[in-house]
Design a protein around this ligand. Sequence first.
Ligand code: HPA
Length: 235
Amino acid sequence: MATPHITAEPGDFAPAVLMPGDPKRAERIAQMLMPDAVKVTDVRGIGGYTGTCNGKPLSVMASGMGQPSLSIYATELFTSYGVERIIRVGTCGGLSRDVQAGDVVIAMGAHTDSSINSRMCPGITFAPLASWQLLAAAVAAAEGDPTVKVGAVASRDKFYGNPIEEAERLAALGTFGVEMEAAALYGIAANLGKQALAVLTVSDHLFDSSQDMSAEDRETKFHKALSLAVAAAHC
Ligand code: HPA
């Protein structure tokens, strides 16, 4: 039966879903990876696609921007469509000097300024973590590529207006990148006993604007992130 934000039927989604933020990107990923992709939902322009990738079922659906939006889709996919694994494939802004634009960050954990996980366990500051199984599969697929980094990101509620001192402090704490969705995804997966991972291409660097990537570079690096996400989806 349809949920408030997804009109698909039970069984329309594969156990693994790749989840970019942008609905247009979701469509492009589906076309790129699955010649047999079928659109299974399109509420509010958030298309969901299911097909076969490397002989295994796979779905792709966008999250929209920010933790509240992602939370709606991830919760409905996990609770009403039998989805077991969601792998976010997106971008992040570089924070630490140890990453540069074009690197891929596999987010082992996600700090956040959001209160989205604050009721998870009263009295405890919950640590939003990736699924170890998915993390290990993505890391193995990277085959030691030095441009693939594994560590913490920060999931912020605001794109604009964040104090620069906070970004500096997060960078000093070794945080690789800043984005807006991973912490909520990890919290929802933990709460529901499901699996989640975020594989992020560093699209720019907060402390070095000279690092902006060429369109060609952006596409190549995005393909790398996508291949790691597929490895996690099918592990
Ligand atoms: N914040 C800042 N810079 C970024 C982000 C973000 O969420 N995503 C990509 N670059």
